[in-house]
Each structure stands twice: as C-alpha cells, then as structure tokens.
Design a protein around this ligand. Structure first.
Ligand SMILES: Nc1ncnc2c1ncn2[C@@H]1O[C@H](COP(=O)(O)OP(=O)(O)OP(=O)(O)O)[C@@H](O)[C@H]1O
Length: 238
C-alpha cells in the first residue's frame, strides 16, 4: 500500500524530559495502526507532531512525500479526534458543526456517526452542559465528517458507552475498507485486537516494535493481543 506519512528521526523534549527519541516509522494507506504503550510513553506527542500541534526539536514528518513543516494544507486530509475535545463553552452543538463547515467552506460529507449518535436532536444543547461521553460523540462525528484520507483518533472510546463505542468501531472498520489510514491510540487491548492491522508499541519515546497484528500473534503463538503483549513485555524490560 502507498506510504502516506513518513516520520524520520523525530525528537521532542519538554524541558529536560526527552519524550520522543529519534523515532522513525512509516504509515501506509488502507489500514488501522494501533499505537500502544504505557502512560507517558509519547503516543499523544507523536500524533500531535503529525498534526502539527507539537513542533519537534529534530527530525521531520512527510505527508504524501512533503514535509509538514510550516504547511497547513495537508491538515484538510486528516480527521482528528482528541483525547478530550475543547470547544467554546457557550456554543451549541449545531452552531459548532456549522462553524466547522464555514471554516472549511465545505458541507458535511459523512453524517453517519452524527446520525448514529442522534446528535441532530441535541443541536440546541450548549457544549458546557454536555456529558463527557456526548462530547466524545461530537468529536467523533467531526473527525469523520469531511471524509478525510487519514483519521487520527486519540483514545477514541474512552468515555463512550458500549453501544457508542461499538458504532465507532464499525465506522473505523468501514472506513478502512475505503483505503484510509487510521491511527488509533488506545489502552483497550480487546478493541485494538478487533480493529488493528498493525501494532506500534512505544516505550519511553522509542518504538519497541512495529509489526502486523498477525505477526505479533504468530511469533508469540497467542490468539489474543493481550496475551501476546504480556508475553513480549514480560520477556523484555517494559
Ligand atoms: N505540553 C507539555 N509540556 C510538558 N510536558 C508534556 C507536554 N505534553 C506532554 N508532556 C509530557 O510528555 C510525556 C509524554 O506524554 P504523552 O501525552 O505523549 O504520553 P502518552 O503516551 O500519550 O500517555 P497516556 O497513555 O497517559 O495518554 C509525559 O511525561 C507528559 O507529561
């Protein structure tokens, strides 16, 4: 499959804390990559670097072969669902969607999640009154709304009720079949097991391994990702 994102020798420190240590990896279209690793291993910093929200100290990131440094245009090809969405407190859900469409000068192309989550019936609710899960639903609907080639989902199902999480999982699988790249950070291994083609495991800002899910299971002889990871990590110092 075509390589859409290339990360080369990425370095990032916050003060004296080295968060990404010369990290290199490629991501191809048409698959789900789960980015796993312990808390503070650098998962969010990696995806925020790809999104241009964190400026690396060294290395480079190419999107479709071009450096993302000082560019903005590539972002229209990425749908991003943050860990916690921050929206203007007094804005209503309907106004938020309209504002995003106005900024992009584009109507919503994909309203599947918006409908699945019945957000239209909540258009008059203001953002500050929403439950954490509803906020997540709004973020998910926005991420998929403009049919982007790449989706970056940061712990997407955290806070979603089981039905909403299932709808999101189905949506991810559906979009994958359309040839999209979907990067997902998660701590829920059963979910990663159901949706992933590749597992990228980060530890202390470095890639411990980046393999297909099939290889992870074959090499460990385990049927479940959770057991395979336990086996790999107990034999190393992660
Ligand atoms: N803006 C920032 N300023 C200072 N330190 C930061 C900043 N952003 C992240 N860090 C630190 O960088 C490290 C990596 O954070 P990051 O959010 O990338 O980890 P993560 O793997 O996504 O963690 P989690 O699984 O807990 O979400 C952490 O120690 C965090 O405190």
């Amino acid at each position: 499959m075509e390589k859409i994102i290339a990360v080369k020798g990425l370095q990032k420190s916050f003060g004296r804390l080295e968060v990404l240590k010369n990290l290199s990896c490629d991501f191809a279209s048409g698959g789900v990559v789960s980015i796993l690793g312990p808390n503070a291993s650098g998962k969010t910093t990696l995806i925020k670097s790809i999104l241009g929200m964190v400026i690396p100290d060294g290395g480079e990131i190419l999107f479709q072969g071009r450096s993302i440094l000082n560019t903005f245009d590539y972002k229209k090809h990425i749908g991003y669902m943050p860990q916690i969405g921050h929206y203007p407190d007094n804005m209503k859900i309907g106004q938020l969607f309209k504002m995003v469409m106005d900024i992009r000068q584009q109507d919503a192309v994909d309203t599947e999640l918006l409908k699945a989550y019945q957000l239209e019936s909540m258009y008059q609710k203001t953002m500050r009154t929403l439950s954490g899960g509803t906020l997540q639903k709004v973020s998910a609907a926005l991420a998929f709304m403009f049919n982007p080639a790449v989706l970056i989902l940061d712990e997407p199902s955290a806070g979603l009720d089981p039905l909403a999480a299932e709808a999101l999982k189905e949506k991810i699988l559906e979009e994958k079949t359309k040839g999209k790249l979907i990067l997902v950070t998660s701590h829920i291994l059963s979910e990663a097991d159901e949706i992933s083609d590749h597992i990228l495991y980060l530890f202390e800002g470095q890639i411990k391994f980046y393999k297909t899910l099939t290889d992870v299971k074959r090499e460990t002889g385990e049927q479940k990702l959770s057991k395979a990871l336990t086996q790999i990590l107990s034999s190393t110092s992660c």
